[in-house]
Design a binder for this molecule. Structure first.
Ligand SMILES: [Zn+2]
Ligand SMILES: [Zn+2]
Length: 644
């Protein structure tokens, strides 16, 4: 071979090697095509196909280009006209408490459920129990939620004997839709400790069989609320892990590939770590323990990296309560509050100035991200003051402190939040569930226009995220999308037309922007090469349907790191997830349990209405998970808080 020939052929050999190397490395595991792909990447929002390899996005763009990554073993999936978008990132919720929602059989009447009489109620419970044998044996409980005797043919609740036909081995508990009553089987009554000899507690009734003192199984008010901890306390550590897993699964069923444990503690994190360690987390879970419950736990565990799908992301601080419950701390009186409120009532803080300033200072000093629950304007002012002080002391930096909720904000506060680098995680779904209530009672018709002021942030070039705060509401991504775009209330009123945003903006607030909020925008939130293959398949293109029909879209499939983790209609059970049912009953029930427990621990002369309201406020919003741990006999967080 002549020298000339060798030289000439060399580049060809190299080129061939390069081609074959890249060809091997570039062969996709899966390719999706045949439907609109919305990337959330402004540089190219729409794509025809996406290729995935090893759980990451390999290529996205025109079909012909992406198909170049197709090999012999590449699975090509036709979307059939359905839309593919990035997996949803939970901007704020309480995933473990959501597990309780997920683990209840649906006892609601049509159209939210299928219960019309006692027979259908019992059959649904039996079917649910059969389909969830593993869960029932671990949680040691059969739970149904949402019955209403006025909707049953018999116009009464089921009796203990009827519920015994579902199980005599495990307690069977069916909760009234209001949360104020429960119907129990014999085993549950036994755990509750109610017999023919039991007297009715103050403020409650143990219903009896006619002409006898024998309990019939139905408990009212305090007789019911006080036994619930005993029944849930039965769940135990294995049951807690079941709850965590069920919570994550429920989030996945709404298209979430990342969930938040939005007010955690050491006990809950231990449960999550155990579930993660068993390899049972289908989605990522990021936890923010309460900063007032122990800073060492946060400092020792905070991490940017997931381990088996779990990480501690930072700290959570709660400044005030709930707007719909009139415990948001305001800078002006409530408009027309319902209840016994003094004239000029402003609500009140759940944490004092010293606690807030100290917590935020600690977070800045230790480079720990801090999420702050703020509902009312006065709480917002305190947050802004604390952030200003911390920034003055520790200098500017990319810390992404998060405003959680910010239901009631003044426009000047929005300016301050943006200037201080705050990431706003807003709750526009409030316009649907409580918009009418805010218009008529909390802030009045004028200020109600600007609850969850998404457009004020957009106008200033700021990102925001849209959250659900489940279990306060269901983690219903399509309801969030609808509310963020339309702001239509239950009564059909538009709550703040000027705060509405377009569909793409609302989708970014469920994907790319909450990924940024969590410092995870390098790996999640948009469909770009190198990012995780976390996707949702929606029933139709959300940019092509009438905005008023956005809530009719469904999550058809959820994909985590390239693998399908949820397919609509292929669930092992029907979850309690009616679309238009706000879960106030479950919420009320659990709140009452917590408050009554706490009040019982107070010395008698401290059991004032104000003390009760103050305890309720502490746990009113973002309440769930800590309360759950308390009920499970975990650490008594309230006592620790009080001691600080
Ligand atoms: Zn909250
Ligand atoms: Zn919350």
């Amino acid at each position: 071979m002549s020298m000339r020939c060798a030289i000439k052929s060399l580049p060809i050999v190299i080129a061939a090697q390069l081609f074959s190397q890249t060809a091997l490395a570039d062969t996709a595991d899966k390719i999706w095509l045949g439907g609109p792909i919305l990337t959330m990447n402004d540089a190219s929002m729409r794509a025809e196909a996406v290729a995935v390899k090893d759980g990451k996005i390999l290529a996205v763009g025109r079909k012909d280009d992406v198909l170049k990554t197709k090999g012999d073993k590449t699975k090509v999936i036709d979307l059939g006209g359905r839309a593919l978008i990035p997996g949803f990132v939970d901007a704020h919720g309480h995933a473990m408490m959501g597990g309780l929602q997920a683990l209840a059989a649906n006892m609601l009447a049509p159209p939210d459920g299928e219960i019309t009489d006692i027979a259908s109620l019992l059959q649904t419970l039996k079917d649910w129990t059969d389909a969830n044998k593993d869960i029932v044996s671990k949680a040691k409980l059969v739970l149904g939620f949402g019955y209403d005797q006025s909707q049953l043919k018999e116009l009464r609740a089921p009796t203990k004997e009827e519920l015994d036909t579902v199980s005599t081995e495990f307690p069977v508990v069916v909760v009234h839709q209001s949360g104020h009553f429960g119907a129990l089987n014999s085993k549950a009554l036994e755990i509750a400790g109610y017999t023919s000899e039991s007297k009715d507690p103050q403020g409650g009734v143990i219903q009896r069989k006619p002409g006898t003192t024998e309990p019939n199984g139905v408990l009212e008010e305090t007789a019911w609320i006080t036994v619930l901890p005993k029944l849930l306390g039965n769940i135990g550590p294995a049951g807690m892990r079941v709850l965590a897993e069920a919570g994550a699964d429920m989030w996945a069923s709404y298209g979430y590939t990342t969930a938040q444990e939005g007010r955690s503690n050491q006990g809950l994190d231990t449960v999550w770590k155990a579930v993660a360690g068993e390899g049972k987390l289908k989605i990522d879970v990021v936890s923010y323990p309460d900063v007032l419950l122990g800073r060492d736990h946060i400092k020792d565990n905070v991490s940017a990296d997931y381990k088996n799908g779990f990480r501690v992301g930072g700290a959570k601080l709660t400044i005030d309560g709930s707007p719909q419950g009139f415990t948001a701390w305001r800078d002006r009186p409530y408009y027309a509050p319902v209840g016994n409120f003094p004239k000029g009532y402003l609500g009140y803080p759940a944490a004092n100035g010293e606690q807030v300033i100290s917590a935020i200072d600690w977070a800045y000093e230790n480079k720990i991200q801090i999420l702050t629950h703020v509902s009312g304007e006065a709480a917002g002012d305190l947050m802004i003051t604390a952030l200003r002080l911390a920034e003055y002391k520790h200098g500017a930096g990319d810390r992404r402190p998060v405003l959680i909720h910010g239901h009631f904000q003044r426009e000047d506060q929005v300016d301050s939040m943006v200037r201080l680098g705050v990431f706003p995680s807003l709750f526009p779904m409030h316009t649907f569930y409580w918009g009418d209530w805010h218009r008529d009672h909390t802030v009045g018709p004028e200020l109600a226009q600007n609850i969850s002021p998404t457009a004020w942030y957009v106008k200033r070039g700021s990102m925001f995220s849209s959250h659900h705060d489940a279990p306060v509401a269901f983690p219903d991504s399509m309801r969030i999308l609808d509310a963020t775009v339309t702001r239509r209330s239950r009564s059909g009123d538009i709550i703040g037309p000027l705060q509405r945003v377009d569909v793409i903006t609302a989708l970014k607030a469920l994907t790319l922007w909450p990924a940024y909020q969590h410092f995870e925008d390098k790996t999640k939130g948009s469909i770009e090469p190198g990012k995780l293959a976390d996707f949702v398949v929606l029933s139709a293109d959300p940019t092509a349907v009438e905005p008023d029909n956005l809530d009719q879209l469904t999550v058809a499939e959820t994909i985590k790191k390239g693998s399908t983790i949820y397919v609509r209609g292929q669930k092992r059970t029907e979850l309690l997830r009616p679309r238009d049912f706000v879960n106030t009953g479950l919420y009320e029930m659990l709140k009452q349990v917590f408050v009554s427990q706490r009040v019982r621990h107070l010395p008698a002369n401290y059991r004032t209405p104000m003390a009760v309201a103050s305890i309720a406020a502490t746990y009113e919003d973002c309440f769930g998970s800590i309360m759950l741990v308390e009920m499970m006999g975990g650490q008594s967080s309230f006592d620790e808080m009080a001691a600080q």
